[in-house]
Write a protein that binds this ligand. Structure first.
Ligand code: FES
Ligand code: FES
Length: 203
């Protein structure tokens, strides 16, 4: 066996020292990002925990402290007691939860309350004026546009917007623009008649 040149460390010794040093350095390196992360995270606003929001609902400012995951629908029903807006599917399919936000219809189960901060929300409770039903509400009553009534608040809110949008020139157009609102009782002919009648009255 050849003798290594003078000053050459024994292979085993190098290996052990290298591993120990690398281990210590590795620990230090691994610790660094954690320390850096924790100080970085402290400066980032929390993504959970209650947030303060203020909505103008039916003309009244409502200040709320809500978790970011709370939908507008749940904020209205559970936090403000406005149970006129119905929860049907809770996934954007039935339209029972339709409300107006800044005058435009929106499915309130599909948006978060924090996303609507500062906006104007109108629910079915906000339509009547001075004890008088809104023309769309009155037309639904006259035309028998409801059976169980569960879809009715959403149908009415959509109808208010459809009339405002000007999509009422024919029954086919009314059906098309009301198609995001489902009725399991098959009241559609009466609903269309109510929207047509209310549109004529409003114009
Ligand atoms: S409850 Fe929102 S669309 Fe059905
Ligand atoms: S009136 Fe019953 S679901 Fe529409």
């Amino acid at each position: 066996m050849t003798t290594p040149p003078e000053g050459t460390p024994a292979p085993l010794e190098i290996g052990r020292r290298t591993v120990l040093k690398a281990g210590a350095a590795g620990t230090a390196v691994a610790a660094l990002p954690l320390a850096a992360c924790s100080s970085t995270l402290e400066s980032v606003p929390p993504t959970s925990g209650p947030r303060e929001v203020a909505l103008r609902v039916n003309g009244e400012v409502r200040a709320l402290s809500v978790e970011p995951r709370v939908t507008l629908l749940d904020a209205l029903r559970e936090r403000m007691g406005l149970t006129g807006t119905k929860k049907g599917c809770d996934r954007g399919e039935c339209g029972a939860c339709t409300v107006l936000v800044d005058g435009r219809r929106i499915k309130s189960c599909m948006t978060l309350a924090v996303m609507q901060d500062g906006r104007e929300v109108t629910t079915v409770e906000g339509l009547a004026r001075g004890g008088e039903l809104h023309p769309v509400q009155a037309a639904f009553v006259r035309q028998d546009g409801l059976q169980c009534g569960f879809c009715t608040p959403g149908q009415i809110m959509s109808a208010v917007a459809v009339i405002e949008e000007g999509h009422t020139s024919s029954d086919a157009e009314i059906r098309e623009w009301m198609s995001g609102n489902l009725c399991r009782c098959s009241c559609y002919p009466n609903i269309v008649a109510a929207v047509r009648e209310a549109a004529e009255e409003v114009r």
